[in-house]
Design a protein around this ligand. Sequence first.
Ligand code: BG6
Length: 487
Amino acid sequence: MDSIEPFDIVIFGGSGDLAMRKLLPALFRRHREGHLPQQGRIIGSARSQLSREAFIEHAEQACRANLPDDEFDDDAWADFAQRLTFASVDAHDSDSYANLAEAMAPANERVRVYYLATSPNLFVAICHNLASAGLVTAQSRVVLEKPLGHDLASAQSISEQIGEVFNEDQIYRIDHYLGKETVQNLIALRFGNTLFEPLWRRDWISDVQITVAEQMGVEGRADFYDATGALRDMVQNHVLQLLCIIAMEPPTSIDADAVRDEKIKVLRALQPLRGRDALQNTVRGQYQAGAISGQPVAGYTEEEGVPPDSRTETFVAVRADLATWRWADVPFYLRTGKRLQERTAEIVVNFREVPHAIFDTSMVNGNPNRLVIHLQPDEGMRLHIMAKARGDEMTLRPVSLDLDFGETFEARQADAYERLLMDVLRGRLFLFMRRDELYAAWEWIEPIMEAWASAADDPKPYTAGTWGPAASSALLGRDGRSWHEES
Ligand code: BG6
């Protein structure tokens, strides 16, 4: 394992939700487990004039609230708190960076991680002001949270301006889905076994389905969400990254660029969806009032801060096709949405029917082989195979080989952010998006956004607590397929 050198992590947006809910608890866990070197400081930074003590108190409350009871103890906290300090910085005010310089002095030779957990419209100002204040060294890294732009041009503009300060290998573009354990297990499954690779192609696979379903609504993020929508918020990044891992060719090594070179080929092979093609192969929906787990919930346009005439989609389903030898004619059905029936993220690989059926249909009860990869809420994989049911008759029915990662591996399950933060400290870029990947994803998404913007119709309504609009089932129904929905 690569060692971690002495570091300073500066969290911009240091008193915000992401820092408090994910980043500080993640760092505390790793501190408690002895994974961080003694010389490692964590500097919260925000515009507010917080004292160091007030910041530590806020962080302590957040860690207590966001970690299981048995993962918090006072001694470890007292020790961890020594690492913490706070610097008040106004992103646009270059003079205020002197506060940060003071907090970081004198350790110039340390690894410096600038984690930008702020609104993206501050990214460029922060990077330039860091450079002007002399705070960017060869050992510095910057971590960028999504959204990185709202279309191709804005993504390019942000990247180019940040590129004036940081080299590409100093830039860590986070997609927290890549930090999920099962996503990495998918890489292990595909490239650590001989079993699947020969089957992983159009000859044996009929279609792939990727579902990321949430029960949550917009949860106080109406301003952001209404300007963004599900396509930009989830498909452009998380869902396409999952698609890349499923569809990419075996990389020559696990090095960051070897993997990213293969992922970008997938993004470039996506058949463009423009105009009518986009409208025919996508479904957008918007939730109406309904019930989640038996509790009534409001419709999207009734949520606080959402304009009553909003046309923003809270649900998307897409049929994507890849123009490659491996995947020609294998549809990838993607869907994601808020206020859906269940919280689940899964990838379903459906295999083809047997080429020659010796059992007649009365003897076969069920579907052909299917591999289901669960990302959440539970992590695991399930391979459905056909077996003979007990009894005198030769009747076949599907049974499953289950692998539950929670049960199989004793180690505690790391949060995605925890894993990614450790990778940043170790200087491992393999799970982060390269600039060209970001552009390629936008290039595919943009024509869909344009087709929707010029379409006369609104997103299709769906009742909160269902699986989305009926048109989503029809999208697969016309190909003689249906979504995998297993309760
Ligand atoms: C974020 C989106 O990137 O991912 C949110 O902005 C979404 O809208 C979240 O809720 C989902 O992440 P997870 O890990 O809870 O599935």
